[in-house]
Design a protein around this ligand. Structure first.
Ligand SMILES: Nc1ncnc2c1ncn2[C@@H]1O[C@H](COP(=O)(O)OP(=O)(O)OP(=O)(O)O)[C@@H](O)[C@H]1O
Ligand code: SF4
Ligand SMILES: [Mg+2]
Length: 326
């Protein structure tokens, strides 16, 4: 991996559930993640596992409960006002739902200008037209409102706005969900082009493994608030080491790592009371008593991969299912 741009160290984001005394939602619960300079990292995991909460916390829409966030080595976990202002320029977040993230009362011109004005940057219509051109939209789009565009075009406006301040890191929350396959491909190709042209790193949140395969260098697999496996996309998806990754891959029949289809028993457990030890143990076909007693750490499994499991599927250096000591 390239030099670290972003380091997330044991991040916890907890919410109070339904008012006083009704428990704590452990949405993100001890999460480790590294994103390199100019790297494209995909985060995958099923609905409710904490992906959006992670993204929103990195841009301080949500506040961390504990843990650390470092950007180029600078601790930005609890930034003061001035640092937060700069951070909002360095890290951009494209929200999950373009319908709600683009102000319906603003024209595209006003939407694009908003982050520039907030950072005291002036822009002519020519500058704005260049921003639109970057996402393959015509200058005439400047005077139109969000409802006058298709879903794919709205995503591209969101992308142009997110790129307006030339961020170091762009977080994309489900950038192509809800778009039909051909429009998905257009948006993903556009992302690849933008990436080739600049130096920004990308953190893309998605539940779609095909999208990750198309775009990302590395993938991090999230389960109930933690990363359970991460590494190069081809390595992780072709030969999953964590049982949960294997189950996810098996549900994508075209994936090379999909052997037989694994249907997971039950739902994602409630983040109000995550299971002890390994969070995946209530659905894991390999669980043993130690899995309830000891939380597996995210540890190196091969040169570039890390896995959090006492009995990983494959372990290049030992390859043993019995290889854990209590
Ligand atoms: N502000 C909040 N207050 C209380 N609970 C929250 C809040 N935001 C998120 N949660 C809870 O945290 C958990 C993780 O939610 P999150 O939106 O991060 O999941 P996700 O992985 O993005 O899911 P999806 O794929 O459906 O978008 C869920 O149980 C959710 O209900
Ligand atoms: S630690 Fe145990 S329960 Fe968790 S994924 Fe590994 S084998 Fe399954
Ligand atoms: Mg989400």
């Amino acid at each position: 991996m390239s030099d670290p741009l972003l380091v997330v160290d044991q991040l916890q984001v907890h919410f109070r559930a339904g008012g006083r005394g009704r428990g704590v939602v452990h949405a993100v619960d001890g999460l480790d993640l590294v994103v390199g300079v100019s790297e494209f990292v995909g985060i995958i995991g099923e609905s409710g596992c904490g992906k959006s909460t992670l993204g929103k916390t990195l841009v301080h829409v949500n506040q961390p409960t504990s843990g650390r966030i470092l950007l180029r080595g600078d601790d930005v976990t609890s930034p003061d006002r001035e640092r937060l202002r700069r951070l909002r320029r360095e890290i951009q977040f494209m929200f999950q739902d373009p319908h709600s993230s683009l102000n319906p009362r603003f024209t595209t011109r006003e939407i694009l200008k908003e982050p520039l004005i907030a950072n005291r940057i002036s822009a002519t219509d020519k500058d704005l037209a260049r921003m639109l051109d970057r996402v393959a939209l015509p200058e005439s789009a400047l005077d139109r409102y969000p409802h006058e565009f298709s879903g794919g075009q709205r995503q591209r406006i969101g992308l142009a706005r997110a790129m307006a301040l030339d961020p170091d890191l762009l977080i994309l929350d489900e950038p192509v969900s809800g778009l039909d396959v051909s429009v998905q491909a257009q948006v993903l190709n556009l992302l690849s082009e933008i990436r080739r042209e600049g130096n920004a790193a990308f953190l893309m949140i998605t539940h779609d493994l095909e999208v990750v395969k198309h775009s990302a260098d590395r993938v991090a697999v999230m389960y109930l608030g933690v990363i359970v496996e991460e590494g190069p996309v081809a390595e992780v998806l072709d030969d999953p080491a964590h049982p949960y990754t294997r189950a996810l891959v098996s549900a994508t029949p075209s994936a090379p790592g999909a052997r037989e289809r694994i249907v997971l028993a039950g739902e994602l457990p409630s983040p109000l009371s995550p299971p002890s030890g390994c969070r995946f143990r209530t659905r894991c076909w390999k669980a043993r008593s130690i899995c309830a007693e000891r939380t597996p750490a995210l540890e190196a499994a091969g040169a570039l991969r890390r896995v959090a499991c006492h009995f990983p599927e494959t372990r290049p250096d030992s390859a043993s299912d019995e290889g854990v000591s209590a």
